[in-house]
Design a protein around this ligand. Sequence first.
Ligand SMILES: Cc1cc2nc3c(=O)[nH]c(=O)nc-3n(C[C@H](O)[C@H](O)[C@H](O)COP(=O)(O)OP(=O)(O)OC[C@H]3O[C@@H](n4cnc5c(N)ncnc54)[C@H](O)[C@@H]3O)c2cc1C
Length: 480
Amino acid sequence: MTAVGVAARGAVPRRATRSWWMEEALAHPAFADPPAPALDHATTADVVILGGGYTGLWSAWFLTERQPGLDVVLLEQDVCGGGPSGRNAGFVNGFWFELTELERLYGPTLALRIARMGDESVAAVGAWCDAHDVDAWFARNGDVGVATSPAQEARARELVETAERLGVPEVHRPLTEEQVRDRAMSPWFRTGVWSPGGAGLHPARLARGLRRALIERGVRIFEQTPVRRFGGWGPVLAETPHGSVRAGRAIVALGAWGRHWDAFRRSLMVRGTYMVMTEPAPERLAEIGWTGGEGLYDLRTALHYLRTTPDGRIAFGGAGLRVTSSRRVDVRFRYDGRSVRELVRDLHDWFPPFRDLPIACAWGGPIDVSARHLPFFGTLPGGSAHYALGFTGNGVAPCHLAGRILSGLALDVVDDVTTLPIVGERPKRFPRRAIFAPGQRLVTHAVLRKDDREDRGRSAGPLTGALAHLPRRLGYNLGP
Ligand SMILES: Cc1cc2nc3c(=O)[nH]c(=O)nc-3n(C[C@H](O)[C@H](O)[C@H](O)COP(=O)(O)OP(=O)(O)OC[C@H]3O[C@@H](n4cnc5c(N)ncnc54)[C@H](O)[C@@H]3O)c2cc1C
């Protein structure tokens, strides 16, 4: 059945096994290593890592860089990269999009220091892939932000103005409508912003490449091994269904699943985000002039993000704000038929030449949203367990920095990354659930309505506008 048939009948595309990326990687001889065993005994280690996404994998990498021979055990409930780290869109960015908030929190000098460290991570991820022969399609082709309404044009200008004011005009440059169309054509595109420092990669190949490098280094990885109980005082104890790990230190790298822990419940909110992948059509990409490999995104609050693949597909993603009231990270975050159908509709609206092209599959994943739109790093009471959470949909490069930070904290190292002001700060908390859940529903509805009305060239209206802006008024770096 073609995508046109799928869309017309209201059926939804095939649900990917984890993601198109993971299916592609596991079918490729260079990335199809056999599964790691599940833990079936009690063991000890110097450091135990909870979670096999990028944060856990990079932490293991830097622990063994900093101290070769360190005994590290990593526990993953699925396969490494089975969560967002193997499902994401592969945009690789540091913190240049967070300059305004960084400046507000830390002042211009520290804001720039943090943003430059994020930039170092972008380059370092690419260099690591080269050095370890991991063909993760890393390419620094930059990102184009496209405005699809006048309100979004104002947001694009804000990015440019902040960068200019802080003396880094090169990180976000304005694009005229014509310059946007030189990079990609759509009836929706207006003016935009060009961010040349952004890179793109194949997310699952990176996760699989890291996993292989760690196994070769002697890191003991156990997959299909959920941590059911955790004791974090003194020597830590991670208990799994058929085993346990006692260790001197722990690294908590659980992404959105961190929300299940009391310690992080009020610091994280979980949102679903979804993607569809087309079949290859390089000739249609040429028709719309999108051949430079740039990442594209719009400036809605519930934004669209999209990129191409070397064989000529479009991966089209969107922040689905709908399933936000869930208390648990459950199956709805892996796939949501309504969100996926809307994505197919938006893809076809944006790029009419893609209307009769089949959609290969669709998937989703949970986002660990923090109140400041920035990750937070620290140590749990007891001093033995260190965490990095709250990447808020921008984790590919920041998780590399997280690995540097967490490995340093676990080894009591004081250096340029462990002393960053984003380390050790108490994260801003969300309101209690009784207030938060109904308020969140109202605000979410208003944000979606505002985005949609603005896209149709209409104003949001006073009530919708006020509700959509409420999180900002209450000091949260979320919403318009
Ligand atoms: C669809 C989608 C698109 C995205 N696009 C981008 C993008 O283009 N660019 C970008 O920078 N970011 C993007 N992100 C966000 C990015 O993927 C994440 O920020 C990043 O992968 C977080 O890595 P992590 O290791 O901290 O967490 P995760 O990747 O979530 O890893 C946590 C791991 O912990 C495991 N786990 C959970 N509970 C347990 C337990 N009890 N025991 C053992 N293991 C457990 C999970 O299975 C998971 O593998 C996207 C996310 C999604 C879902």
